[in-house]
Design a protein around this ligand. Sequence first.
Ligand SMILES: *Cc1c(COP(=O)(O)O)cnc(C)c1O
Length: 222
Amino acid sequence: MTTPSDRLARFRSELSEAGQALPVEPTLIVVTKFHPDETVRELFDAGQRDFGENRHPEARNKRDGLHEPDAVWHFVGQLQRNKVRQVARYADVLHAVDRAEVIELLETGEGIPTRDVFLQVNLTADAGRGGVSDAEFESLAERAAASEAVRVLGVMAVAPLDQEPAAAFSRVAGYSERLQRIVPDAKSISAGMTADWRAALESGATHLRIGTAITGSRPTSP
Ligand SMILES: *Cc1c(COP(=O)(O)O)cnc(C)c1O
């Protein structure tokens, strides 16, 4: 039986092989949602520093349970209105900023440091999937660029199940170019999960969000 740290080591070697020709070394975020604190501890002790979670308050509890100032916590889930400020108090990076309301809540919340964020784009026609629509992308980018509450790192996307990942990720690369016209430094791309990370890397992903390949399959409830 392999352990999460075995799988982390294997994934890291596959990633360094796949990433050899890349201009920047991608950041590996291990998404630990639904897995116990012991898994996070094991991965941290094996050298992993970036962790992803998608729900509040599980994310906060995981971070508090690990209690390591060197760990970087990425909130990759959708940001519900009533949880945005709470999440922003502990999550170092917010990956799913998809509307001006989120930025406004961060600006008007108390005790929230400037946060690194990704603007999530919706690659489907279903607004419920999260992510800004194509039509609203530039206005969100301009809103974020003008705010002192956030530092925009780049764009984030989840490839739709019913599309070729390569086609989906090339659209993400297009959004990245559009964003850089507004925020020149926002070159990062958060894309790529267990099933599609190689395709994401080929389209310029700089932040991979990997769950099951490393943690093992998820228990069905947290
Ligand atoms: C769960 C999750 C992941 C990781 O998914 P795997 O397929 O297990 O690698 C990545 N991104 C987001 C937004 C997630 O919710």
